[in-house]
Write a protein that binds this ligand. Structure first.
Ligand code: ATP
Ligand code: MG
Length: 501
């Protein structure tokens, strides 16, 4: 129950009472000096967030549901802006946006864990200033070959994952988390308005791959109030921010911001704020900009930590020019566009390379990957162009046919199952084989098995002067002549086992 301190505060700030109540919103009169964003407590212990400060009353959204409140119920101020517990004890846990564990395991407070490992932190805080930041310089590898090679993400970057429903958005985000196993990157996955079952599956996927131990899941499922869905991304950012200021690299996923915008629209309409385009309130841009601005790469003086944000936005029928998609596209440093057509054609992950872009990440890409990725991008661009045009032609000249064949094999090469991220050293070897023509003599369905064998060989391969491929690339980050020769020899060697059907 209430501590003496907060009781004293309540006395100082006085209480008010509920005037009207409905749809998760209470209008409260008589609470003087309440601040915007302050937590208020109802007489039955339910918490609320003061959002609309008006002349005669205050509009409060309920954080949670209560059936014991009525007109005239007492309301107390707390003089506290909403805060949540952050710290190491959250790792491996699923919490709701109020910081309570919802994974059925012991509450970290009652489990007698050290107090020091959990701190309270405000869910709304201002983004790091310009002076303490530095530009993106380290890669945040996702393990998805098409992304790391052509749309690279750097630590501290904000990269949007956008696409229709069921196009593999969540899968890409999960791959990015799973790929951090073995590194010190702390991951936060925020689930907004998803089914509890889906969140359970996500937890399971992270658990089986060993990524859960360094991940915090913040979940406001579809049955939670709009208010909790609205605050959950800020809570996720707060959890990550704590680690960032401690000097850690963090990765935070907001899945997805369209649902958060809808929850915010719901609250705003019930609070009778004026609706604007698509009935969203006027400050819906600020809703997302103040969240994504909190992602940063800090300079050494500020601890050198970083927060990489991968927000997800759902489109309707691929329409990226709708209100929320254009807003978030303009706030982020690039987008990964997932196409329904590609997904249905069996290209998975269904990344549309032509519409995807990363505006800052290539500065952080490792040199060896840069060496091979340029050619890949070019060949795929040529392929996309020729493919559109060759639909009309009955006979193709040899060069066109060659480009189309090569493109189809490269596309096959970029296919990747979910939850199976590929280490960057192997990505480089794969792209080297693809762009140097070692896949050209294979039939399309041989490409997958061939690459599997090839990867296995590459993992064991060493140059003539006894330098193992994987370790050398990992330490030098360059693909020198010796290593290129080694890849060429290995690719050719494996090719012997595959005769074109
Ligand atoms: P929603 O809009 O429902 O959130 P989403 O865009 O997040 O969907 P996912 O849930 O990630 O999409 O994936 C949709 C389906 O596609 C899932 O059944 C998943 O197993 C499948 N899928 C995703 N990525 C791949 C892949 N690389 N290879 C094969 N199947 C995949
Ligand atoms: Mg999803």
């Amino acid at each position: 129950m209430a501590t003496t301190k907060s009781r004293r505060r309540r006395l100082r700030f006085g209480g008010g009472e509920v005037e009207t109540l409905g749809d998760g919103i209470a209008r409260v009169k008589g609470i003087k000096n309440v601040q915007a964003g302050e937590i208020v407590i109802f007489q039955d212990g339910t918490r609320g967030l003061a959002l609309n400060l008006e002349e005669n009353n205050v509009g409060v959204v309920l954080l949670g549901t209560s059936y014991r409140l009525s007109q005239g119920s007492k309301v107390f101020c707390t003089a506290e802006i909403a805060r949540v517990p952050v710290g190491e004890d959250l790792l491996g846990r699923v919490v709701n946006p109020l910081g309570k564990p919802i994974d059925g395991q012991a509450d970290y407070r009652s489990a007698g864990m050290s107090e020091k490992r959990l701190l309270l932190r405000r869910i709304e805080s201002s983004a790091p200033g310009i002076v303490v930041r530095r530009s993106v310089e380290q890669p945040m590898q996702t393990g998805v070959i098409a992304i790391d090679s052509m749309i690279p993400v750097g630590r501290g970057q904000r990269e949007l994952i956008i696409g229709d429903r069921q196009t593999g958005k969540t899968s890409i985000a999960l791959d990015a988390i799973i790929n951090q196993v073995g590194s010190k990157v702390i991951c936060v996955y925020v689930a907004v308005g998803q089914r509890a079952y889906t969140v359970g599956q996500i937890k399971e996927a992270l658990e089986t791959t060993g990524a859960l131990a360094q991940t915090v899941i913040v979940a406001a499922c579809a049955n939670e109030s709009a208010a909790l869905q609205y605050i959950s991304p800020y809570v996720g950012a707060t959890v990550a921010e704590h680690f960032m200021y401690e000097g850690c690299d963090t990765l935070v996923i907001y899945d997805d911001l369209s649902k958060q915008a809808q929850a915010y629209r719901e609250i705003s309409l019930i609070l009778r704020r004026p609706p604007g385009r698509e009935a969203y309130p006027g400050d819906v841009f600020y809703l997302h900009s103040r969240l994504l601005e909190r992602a940063a790469k800090l300079g050494a003086a500020a601890g050198g930590g970083s927060m990489t944000a991968l927000p997800i936005v759902e489109t309707q029928a691929g329409d990226v020019s709708a209100y929320i998609p254009t807003n978030v596209i303009s706030i982020t440093d690039g987008q990964i566009f997932l196409s329904k057509d590609l997904f249905n054609a069996g290209v998975r992950p269904a990344i549309d390379v032509g519409l995807s872009v990363s505006r800052v990440g290539s500065a952080a890409q490792i040199k060896a990957l840069k060496q091979v990725a340029g050619k890949l991008k070019l060949e795929l661009a040529q392929f996309a162009e020729l493919q559109a045009f060759s639909k009309f032609a009955s006979e193709l000249d040899n060069v066109t046919k060659f480009r189309l064949d090569r493109g189809m094999r490269l596309r096959e090469m970029l296919k990747q199952p979910r939850t199976a991220p590929i280490p960057v050293e192997e990505q480089i070897a794969i792209i080297y084989a693809g762009t140097n023509g070692y896949l050209d003599d294979l039939s399309l369905d041989q490409v997958g098995p061939y690459l599997k064998d090839y990867r296995e060989r590459v993992r064991q391969a060493s140059t003539s002067d006894k330098r193992p491929y994987i370790d050398t690339v990992r330490t030098t980050k360059v693909l020198d002549d010796g290593l290129q020769r080694l890849l060429a020899e290995t690719a050719q060697e494996v090719l012997k086992n595959y005769v074109r059907k």
